[in-house]
Design a protein around this ligand. Structure first.
Ligand code: AHR
Length: 516
């Protein structure tokens, strides 16, 4: 593989690190008997934060030609359904750490300063509108509670408001607000990134562990059926990483079900080989957090096992708009324009999540609309799919079933942060009907690579359809003017011969091979 090209600004990559691999194949052996785990569809979750234009002029825009009777954009709802995201986190993110949920329900909606993003929050959309919208788009809400400026009481109150059937002050308030049926919110995040000094109400691991425990207990007293996520580190690079998870879980172990992970990737100093290895970083992060959770389990002689909620992940690079809020309403913030290259990396990160289906039970692509998002909108105007939309939608559509152990044999390359990065990274999912979906990324920037599948254990599989996301120009993007430059394209079919299938993966590409 040749590490060429440059960063987003075209800077040359100073250090080609990879050996050439012409004519080399990666061979994987698959067997339906060797399953990692069934995929929890909630790993295809997404995220809507009160940030930039995600809510206002994103999902919600009364007066837009496509708006429904509730003021939500019909075009965005249709794209959200197409994205096939079964759970959506809300309302933050950093925003939640200064949020008063009561501002966003009922007839009186105060305008507030959003201290996290320095914007003006009208509260026109709140918990009721969001929960009802998620159901309309075929999804379910995952709500975060404020453990920055608030605590036990506000969190327990919100559970009562959302989930209690009626006959109490807060559940009757919901009914009076027009929501007779409880919202039935199953999954709750105990704060957001509380390890981060940028977080409003940032805490030490001890402080957070105690508060999360007491909050979890009170929330569960209101509704014992809820699932709870404790905040893990907001990134593998945090100085407190590891120790944070251990301390927090020592406090919360018996009171929560998941610990969270967050990470964002970008191409730094033109090191494309390292950017393409983002999924290797994600693999390590997942495996380290799982090991830490298991250490706490062993130390505390706990029976249950803590699962992982990777509830923020994406490619994210700084843009010129990011500091432009200054108390504006729905300012343009964090509006990344994604490239074909970013789509390959996003698709690869999904491969890592699938590979860890035994531990990662939920994950949220951050975010859904306009803000580091697969869906973009023009206020009052059109909407379009970013290149990253395609690997996500296709993985969500075809990545349901049982993840198989795949024994891979193929070339690797080294980058500054990682050794032994596979040139082809892949995962296979066997559906209930016996068909197989193989998701694969070719990280080679110049050369096509052959992927050989040993399918002798699948005697009934005959032929394969190959779909690709890539572009001759890795920096190609979609826009309102050219919405379909980077899309998923059919690349033909292949036949299984003598239990073996070979597909050629173009350079810098994300691939779906569906074998039926
Ligand atoms: O997704 C954008 C921001 O990234 C979130 O608000 C925060 O949790 C993270 O740092």
């Amino acid at each position: 593989m040749t590490a060429t090209g440059g960063g987003r600004n075209g800077a040359a990559n100073p250090q080609p690190r990879c050996a050439r691999l012409e004519g080399v194949s990666t061979r994987i052996h698959l067997d339906p008997s060797f399953s990692v785990a069934d995929v929890d569809p909630r790993i295809f979750g997404s995220f809507v934060e009160h940030l930039g234009r995600c809510v206002y002029t994103g999902i919600y825009e009364p007066g837009h030609p496509s708006a429904d009777e509730h003021g939500f954009r019909g075009d965005v709802a249709a794209l959200t359904r197409e994205l096939d995201t079964p759970i959506i986190r809300y309302p933050g993110g950093n925003f939640v750490s200064g949020y008063r949920w009561e501002d966003g329900v009922g007839p009186d909606r105060p305008v507030r300063l959003d201290l996290a993003w320095r914007a003006k929050e009208t509260n026109a959309v709140g918990t009721d509108e969001f929960c009802a919208w998620t159901r309309r788009v075929g999804s379910e809400p995952m709500l975060a509670v404020n453990l920055g400026t608030r605590g036990v009481e506000a969190a327990a109150d919100l559970v009562e408001y959302c989930n209690h059937p009626g006959g109490t002050l807060l559940s009757d308030r919901r009914r009076a607000n027009g929501y007779t049926d409880p919202h039935g919110v199953r999954v709750w995040c105990l704060g957001n990134e509380m390890d981060g000094p940028w977080q409003i109400g940032h805490k030490t691991a001890e402080e957070y562990g105690r508060l999360a425990t007491e909050t979890a207990k009170a929330m569960r007293l209101v509704d014992p059926s809820i699932e709870l996520v404790a905040c893990g580190s907001s990134g593998l690079a945090m100085a407190t990483f590891g120790a944070w998870e251990a301390t927090v879980l020592e406090h919360t172990y018996e009171h929560v079900d998941y610990v969270s992970l967050h990470s964002y990737y970008r191409e730094d100093s033109g090191d494309r080989g390292a950017f393409l290895a983002a999924a290797t970083d994600m693999d390590r992060f997942i495996e380290s957090v799982a090991a830490t959770a298991d250490f706490v389990r062993a130390k505390g002689r706990h029976k249950k096992r803590i699962m992982l909620s990777y509830d923020e992940w994406n490619v994210w690079f700084p843009t010129h708009q990011d500091d432009n809020a200054e108390w504006a309403e729905a300012p343009e913030q964090v509006q990344n324009t994604y490239t074909a290259l970013d789509a390959v990396v996003v698709g690869n990160l999904l491969i890592s999540l699938l590979r860890h289906a035994d531990r990662v039970r939920m994950a949220c692509l951050a975010q859904l609309v306009n803000v580091i998002a697969p869906i973009m909108t023009v206020p009052g105007g059109t909407s379009w799919r970013q290149p990253t939309f395609y690997p996500f939608a296709l993985t969500s559509a075809h990545g349901r079933g049982s993840v198989l152990h795949s024994v891979a044999d193929g070339p690797t390359y080294s980058t500054e942060p990682y050794d032994d990065v596979p040139v082809i990274d892949q995962v296979a999912v066997c559906a209930d009907d016996g068909s197989l979906s193989v998701f694969a990324v070719n990280r080679d920037q110049r050369e096509p690579q052959r992927l050989e599948l040993d399918l002798r254990a699948f005697p009934r599989l005959r032929s394969a359809a190959h779909t690709v996301v890539r572009d001759d120009d890795p920096m190609a993007t979609n826009s309102a003017a050219e919405p379909d430059r980077v899309v998923a394209r059919d690349r033909g079919t292949a036949t299984v011969e003598d239990g073996s299938l070979t597909v050629v993966l173009p350079p810098l590409s994300w691939n779906l091979v569906r074998v039926t």
